[in-house]
Design a protein around this ligand. Structure first.
Ligand SMILES: *Cc1c(COP(=O)(O)O)cnc(C)c1O
Length: 457
């Protein structure tokens, strides 16, 4: 989301390149009509910027329906979907168990602003199966969860500064819409208009996978750092796998400095397994944030920590945080139904094996043809990078010019009935609903698309 934040505003309207592929473009008449109307109502015609298709060919597709691993757009085109609503839909679209639970709960009303048993039920599912959180608080989005986690860390430690990493996305709250300035350790510079410089200066931005930069930041801001926040596996700006040793040193440095380690697992939580990236690496964060999957497709976020740390949240403690729709019963119902499915023995093993086979066979194809492409993957998250680097671990490692290749591939894939998120900086997701049949079809479409992309290499 980070690079796309910048790039998506560049705009490609009016710049519709001729179709150089070997498939006709899909019809987008109805979508284009809806987009024209939407532009009257919403900035850029959308309610979240990446949806505007600014980094890929053509106007955005308006989705009418989803079922299993398929979506259909307003023009009736059918696609195998690898966006999965940007991560929440690990069971695929319109899963029967989730749908039925939501409908059952909706018969009793949709919101009360008072506690319901459903909140307990989802909390128990999470806490009983997760060693990293003893107490939690539900919010309505990932952004809110992270914003609140930062406030909690500040309230708990009595310190103000936060260290974040260039290339990690943590939602759109003020203190996290911050990017690196020049130099190894810098005060953040705002990455959005409207964020006061003084707020950004409470956030220190360092490169990923560089422990020296972290040491330097702690030296420079000795005794002032409330929290270090990192995506356990950074997956919002490509897929930037960190070295385990690095994460371990990061954890140790936090402990030594009385700084809280926040793992933002909004995208990796319940995706890699029930305990996310923290368990994947065996790191124990002090505060964890989740979102996306825990809402089963409805708006839910959450943050959690030890009972002792969470004791600082109001009304028990002095850190204020609230929400009119927090713990909304319908959203809880979706979460309960989805997480219950994920707890089935072997669920992740099966899903992850399927995704690995998918990613590896694309890699084999590209390698055999000498195409400059690396398929990075972990669990059921994958990212296709047009590069010949063996590893991409920092934001600076990403070749921005290569995104032209993604743009071409995206168009070819749409023309072959495959829907990827409309930006080369975004990862893709394999869901439990993708069967061998769809994955084989997708591979074939990807192979053909890569042949088009690299035809003039
Ligand atoms: C998606 C995401 C967020 C923001 O969540 P929203 O629900 O979009 O507000 C924050 N952090 C990470 C790691 C994410 O992937």
């Amino acid at each position: 989301m980070l690079e796309s934040l910048k790039k998506m505003f560049a705009g490609n309207e009016g710049d519709i390149p001729v179709n150089t592929g070997n498939k006709p473009d899909i019809s987008r008449e109805k979508s284009a009509e809806l987009y024209e109307r939407a532009k009257k109502y919403f900035p850029g015609g959308v309610n979240s910027p990446v949806r505007a298709f600014k980094s890929v060919y053509g106007t955005p597709l308006f989705i009418q329906k989803g079922d299993g691993c398929y979506v259909w757009d307003a023009d009736g085109n059918q696609f195998i979907d690898f966006c999965g609503s940007w991560g929440p839909l690990i069971l695929g679209h319109n899963h029967q168990k989730v749908r039925e639970k939501v409908i059952e709960v909706m018969h009793s009303g949709m919101s009360f602003g008072a506690p319901t048993a459903l909140e307990n039920e989802l909390a128990e599912l999470i806490i009983k199966n997760n060693r990293f959180v003893e107490k939690i608080r539900f919010t309505s989005s990932g952004t809110e969860a992270v914003m609140s986690a930062i406030r909690l860390a500040r309230g708990y430690t009595g310190r103000d500064k936060v260290i974040k990493f260039e290339g990690c996305y943590h939602g759109h709250s003020d203190s996290l819409l911050v990017k690196a300035g020049s130099g190894l350790v810098t005060f953040g510079e705002t990455s959005s208009a409207g964020v006061p410089k003084s707020f950004a200066e409470e956030t220190i931005v360092v490169p990923l996978n560089d422990i020296q930069a972290v040491y330097q930041a702690f030296e420079q801001f000795n005794g002032q750092v409330a929290a270090v926040i990192i995506e356990g596996i950074p997956a919002n700006n490509g897929l930037l796998m960190q070295d385990e040793a690095y994460l371990r040193l990061l954890e140790m440095t936090c402990r030594e400095n009385g700084t809280l380690l926040i793992f933002d697992e909004v995208i990796t939580g319940f995706r890699l397994g029930f305990e996310g990236a923290a368990a994947h690496y065996g790191i124990k964060p002090d505060i964890v944030t989740y979102g996306k999957i825990i809402g089963g497709g409805l708006p839910v976020g959450m943050y959690g920590a030890s009972a002792e740390i969470m004791g600082h949240i109001s009304p028990d403690g002095g850190v204020y945080q609230a929400g009119t729709l927090s713990g909304n019963p319908v959203a809880m119902a979706a979460g309960i139904a989805q997480l219950t499915e994920l707890l089935r023995p072997g669920f992740y093993k099966e899903l992850n094996a399927k995704a690995a086979e998918f990613a590896e066979s694309i890699q084999r194809f590209a390698t055999a043809r000498n195409y400059k492409l690396k398929v990075f993957y972990v669990g059921s998250i994958f990212w296709m990078a047009f590069t010949d680097k063996e590893k991409i671990q920092t934001a600076a490692d990403i070749d921005h010019a290569s995104m032209e290749k993604f743009k071409m591939m995206h168009r070819e894939l749409l023309n072959r009935g495959i829907y990827f998120g409309p930006s080369g900086y975004e990862v893709g997701f394999v869901s439990a609903a993708h069967t061998k049949i769809e994955l084989e079809k997708t591979k074939r479409a990807i192979f053909e698309s890569l042949d088009v992309v690299f035809r003039n290499k």
